[in-house]
Design a protein around this ligand. Structure first.
Ligand SMILES: Cc1cc2nc3c(=O)[nH]c(=O)nc-3n(C[C@H](O)[C@H](O)[C@H](O)COP(=O)(O)OP(=O)(O)OC[C@H]3O[C@@H](n4cnc5c(N)ncnc54)[C@H](O)[C@@H]3O)c2cc1C
Length: 506
């Protein structure tokens, strides 16, 4: 018998053992890992979530009888994963036809300019008049970055995994953009300072609560949602429903179960967690950590490598207000319906909020507005904007990493150990639900490889043992591999006009 035939024979004689995988964190990242791993294997997938519900930074609430996303909301129409998930879970886009498509730039004293996203020709003229050739320098670069990023779907569809975030971004030819600030990058293109201070800062303050000191990749992605190359939409029932849909691929969901430690054990890992039932220990073949380790305390095996430098997270205060808007606040002599639905602010502005977005104008003329800010908005500040406040809802987030360029030597690896995968580091380049979904799929692909390698190691050691004993026995081995399913692209089209946050584009 040839060496190969003997190997195949011995592999087939191994007993059938399904693997067990733990996924820690039931946000879009962990949900996507479970969803894509389910397409690859029939293994037992256990999803741990510290909170009592899945979703993480997708968190949907009812406020003033309106469904609102307190965290991630806007999906770029060409984000194949998020749009595909929404479609396969039967989720409908929001219809916000009653809102105008105006974006205003506010400096705390005056509305510097307004752009009508429904009339691109008018906006283009306005842009050229105000910013000269700068838009013409920036738009092609945004489109190019978006086009390069698009390559991820084919690569992942073909089963390609990446060991590090840098490797993934290099394959998409966007890594260099993460190593320079948007300010430096745009200055290099000869972009006018006014364009940077108003539109660039305005978009990134809205999306990331940070100015253009962030890395150029995050900035270009952020600008894409301001109307270059696609549209953004939200979901009528909120984005948390996507996380719920993804979590259904898990064999078991352990909610309210906070993982405190992962230990190496028996060729795999023991996950130790605390929940209602006390301390729990469970053995797994592999573990995917799908939560930023800066925001949670999980002890890892000493062998875990390349965790990267701890990232600082931007605190974002989210305030929803239902009230009557002070029409004169923005110095515009116009009706509430004609005040821009989305207002960006400049970094040097005296505005207490970083961005303002109308969710709904109700029949009595009151409005439901979402504000992001870097400090908690006081009641006085809210009353200046809304003389009559009916209801307020506040939520504070460690929202996204401070996205400044980070030298490569400070980046983490996706693979911390043989079967220990850390997916959350892709967010160092840009934070968005689509990025989380891509990271989750990469984690699923890496985990499949880790499990296959584990099977091969087991096969080798079993062969060695059996050869030593001089015989082989056992039931035929089943290979737990399903063909890869590629998500269908799904474009909801121009249904959601707001550009409150941009997901990276396909
Ligand atoms: C205010 C705000 C607005 C945003 N707007 C947008 C937007 O419009 N569009 C967009 O694309 N993106 C947006 N984002 C970003 C987007 O929401 C995030 O990038 C994405 O949801 C991150 O998903 P994740 O799964 O990586 O992390 P998370 O959603 O943070 O999930 C991590 C999960 O792990 C759980 N966990 C933590 N520790 C443990 C533990 N020890 N054991 C078990 N579980 C644990 C957490 O409870 C959490 O559920 C926004 C974010 C914020 C905060």
């Amino acid at each position: 018998m040839s060496e190969m035939a003997r190997w195949l024979f011995l592999c087939c004689s191994l007993p059938c053992v399904a693997h067990k995988v733990a996924v820690v964190g039931a946000g879009i990242n962990g949900g996507s890992a479970v969803h894509f791993l389910r397409q690859l294997t029939d293994d037992e997938l256990v999803l741990y979530e510290a909170e009592r519900e899945v979703g993480g930074r997708t968190y949907t609430q009812r406020f003033a009888n309106v469904t609102v996303d307190v965290g991630g909301t806007a999906i770029y129409s060409k984000n194949r994963y998020m749009a595909g998930f929404a479609k396969s879970f039967g989720l409908q886009p929001s219809a916000d036809d009653d809102l105008n498509s105006l974006i205003g730039i506010w400096d705390g004293q005056s509305m510097r300019t307004e752009l009508n996203m429904d009339s691109m020709a008018m906006s283009a003229l306005k842009l050229l008049f105000r910013y000269g050739l700068s838009p013409l320098r920036v738009i092609p670069v945004v489109r190019e970055a978006v086009g390069h990023f698009d390559g991820i779907y084919d690569l992942q569809g073909a089963g390609q995994s990446f060991e590090t975030p840098a490797e993934l971004l290099r394959a998409l030819r966007v890594f260099n953009l993460t190593q320079t600030s948007a300010y430096d990058f745009l200055a290099g293109l000869g972009v006018d300072d006014r364009f940077v201070r108003e539109l660039v800062d305005g978009a990134s303050r809205c999306n990331y609560n940070q100015p253009g000191t962030l890395n150029a990749f995050a900035e270009l992605i952020s600008l894409a949602g301001a109307g270059v190359g696609g549209h953004v939409f939200s979901l009528a029932n909120g984005t948390q429903a996507v996380a719920r849909g993804l979590a259904r691929s898990a064999s078991r969901q352990l909610l309210g179960e906070r993982v405190t430690e992962v230990q190496e054990s028996n060729g795999g890992y023991v996950v130790i967690s605390e929940g209602k039932g006390g301390i729990r220990r469970e053995q797994f073949d592999g573990v995917i950590l799908a939560t930023p380790l800066e925001l949670t305390k999980i002890r890892l095996p000493a062998s875990a490598k390349q965790l990267g430098r701890g990232r600082e997270y931007q605190t974002t205060y989210t305030t929803f207000v239902h009230g009557m808007l002070n029409k004169t606040y923005f110095g515009l002599e116009t009706s509430v319906a004609e005040i821009p639905s989305d207002i960006f602010t400049t970094e040097s502005s005296t505005s207490p909020f970083s961005s303002y977005g109308v969710h709904k104008i109700l029949a009595d003329g009151s409005v439901v507005v979402k504000l992001f800010s870097r400090t908690q908005l006081t009641d006085e500040q809210l009353h200046a904007l809304f003389p009559k406040v009916f209801e307020v809802y506040r939520y504070t987030w460690k929202a996204y990493p401070k996205l400044q360029p980070l030298p490569l030597e400070q980046w983490a690896s996706f693979r911390l150990g043989r079967g220990l995968i850390y997916t959350s580091w892709l967010e160092t380049s840009a934070s968005a639900m689509e990025v989380a979904a891509i990271a989750g799929r990469n984690g699923a692909l890496l985990m499949r490889e880790a499990l296959q390698a584990k099977t091969a190691r087991t096969a080798r050691s079993t062969r060695e043992r059996k050869e030593f004993r001089g015989f082989a026995r056992g039931s035929p081995r089943q290979v737990h591999n399903k063909p890869l399913l590629i998500e269908q692209a799904y474009d909801y089209g121009r249904v959601f006009k707001k550009a409150t946050h941009l997901g990276p584009v396909q």
